[in-house]
Design a protein around this ligand. Structure first.
Ligand SMILES: [Zn+2]
Length: 74
């Protein structure tokens, strides 16, 4: 599928990405999330099914597979 960013000649490719969700002060990281990624501008599309699935996982509040370090840049 052609990239939806104006002027970008790229095409979306199916990839597994690391997706970050921010909720107030919480940051949740999901890996191996199926997404369409433009190979030129790196624009990312998630299907509504994928978004709903992530939403369900967040609401279910299951135990994460791993806890990752979070750094402040400054
Ligand atoms: Zn693009």
């Amino acid at each position: 599928m052609k990239c939806s960013i104006q002027g970008c000649p790229g095409e979306y490719e199916e990839k597994l990405i690391v997706h970050t969700v921010k909720r107030r002060n919480d940051i949740m990281v999901f890996k191996n999330v199926p997404a369409e990624v433009c190979h030129v501008c790196s624009d990312i599309l998630l299907t509504s099914e994928t978004v709903q699935h992530l939403e369900k996982m967040i609401l279910a509040g299951g135990k994460p597979e791993k806890v990752v370090p979070l750094y402040e840049y400054a």
